[in-house]
Design a protein around this ligand. Structure first.
Ligand SMILES: NC(=O)c1ccc[n+]([C@@H]2O[C@H](COP(=O)([O-])OP(=O)(O)OC[C@H]3O[C@@H](n4cnc5c(N)ncnc54)[C@H](OP(=O)(O)O)[C@@H]3O)[C@@H](O)[C@H]2O)c1
Length: 273
């Protein structure tokens, strides 16, 4: 991408997208904003056509659809999607047709859905980065979990989210389980037979790549994850708590500013850290 990075944010009225929109707009307006850095250029949400579900930041053009935003501003360069899996797939169709890069934060995709888009983005030399968690703290906690799994193959994940979350297990838990499984394989380690039995008993969680995952949905929660490792005589817990959704904004800005270095699909903020 040669010119400035101009972000169109879909899902700008959502719990997550709205917090990110306000944080990015405030960052762009601040005296120490990088003049050549990624800028929030357009906001999209269906309720913009009537009354936005949540108030939007002043001074950033807002549209009811991504198509409207692209028609109004042909200089948009990066789609950031914080809607849900189904609308995100529609947005990806438009993004690849307009040769935008895409950073997808929505979760809940079926296996293979993003992979097929990855090939289409690669064909037009554009990046498609799926980031199940934009929190830099959460990503570093996942990295620690992978380091632990190379020595402690017995691990279980407990993820807790607000009661409005649609998908379970969370995208972060699925991604963490994948990292643990890869670290185990690389180290040539197998978990104890207790993990393998988890899939037969609902109370023992859902097995994701051989890792039992327990999903809690509670009012009052935001996004929390514990990865618990056990070995003879010791238990180690890695815990991350997203207290406020503004914690996602730095990761969104980082991913948007680095996405032009990619062609096709990559998964995880760790690719830009
Ligand atoms: N990657 C991360 O770090 C991260 C962190 C938290 C959540 N998430 C994920 O982000 C997604 C959104 O979560 P949330 O809790 O913010 O959801 P939410 O509060 O339900 O917000 C959804 C947003 O998408 C818009 N939307 C809904 N249906 C749409 C459609 N058909 N077309 C276009 N836009 C549509 C909504 O617009 P209206 O308000 O106008 O209806 C709203 O702006 C989920 O997949 C969640 O798992 C990711």
């Amino acid at each position: 991408m040669s010119g400035p990075v101009r972000i169109v944010l879909c899902g700008a009225t959502g719990r997550t997208g709205n917090a990110v929109a306000h944080a990015l707009a405030a960052r762009d307006a601040s005296a120490d904003a990088d003049p050549g850095g990624a800028r929030l250029a357009a906001l999209v949400a269906p309720s913009v056509a009537t009354t936005p579900t949540r108030p939007l930041p002043d001074g950033v053009p807002a549209f009811a659809t991504l198509r409207d935003a692209l028609d109004a501003d042909p200089l948009l360069t990066v789609l950031v999607d914080l809607t849900h899996a189904e609308p995100a797939l529609e947005h990806l169709q438009l993004a690849v047709a307009h040769e935008l890069h895409a950073v997808v934060g929505a979760t809940g995709f079926q296996p293979g859905q993003l992979e097929s888009f990855g090939e289409r983005f690669a064909a037009v030399h554009r990046g498609l980065l799926h980031v199940p968690n934009f929190s830099i703290g959460a990503v570093l906690a996942m990295r620690l979990a992978a380091t632990m799994a190379a020595h402690f193959p017995d691990a279980e994940i407990v993820e807790t989210h607000h009661d409005g979350k649609r998908d379970s297990p969370s995208g972060t838990a699925v991604h963490t389980a994948g990292l643990i499984a890869a670290a185990r394989r690389a180290a040539g380690l197998e978990p104890s037979s207790a993990a393998a039995r988890a899939g037969d008993d609902p109370a023992r969680g859902e097995l994701v790549e051989g890792v039992p995952v327990h999903a809690l949905r509670l009012p009052g929660a935001t996004a929390h994850q514990e990865v618990v490792f056990g070995a003879p005589g010791e238990v180690v817990t890695i815990r991350h708590d997203a207290i406020d959704r503004s914690c996602y904004a730095a990761g969104v800005a980082l991913a948007a500013s680095r996405i032009s270095e990619f062609s096709g699909l990559e998964v995880g903020l760790e690719h830009v850290l």
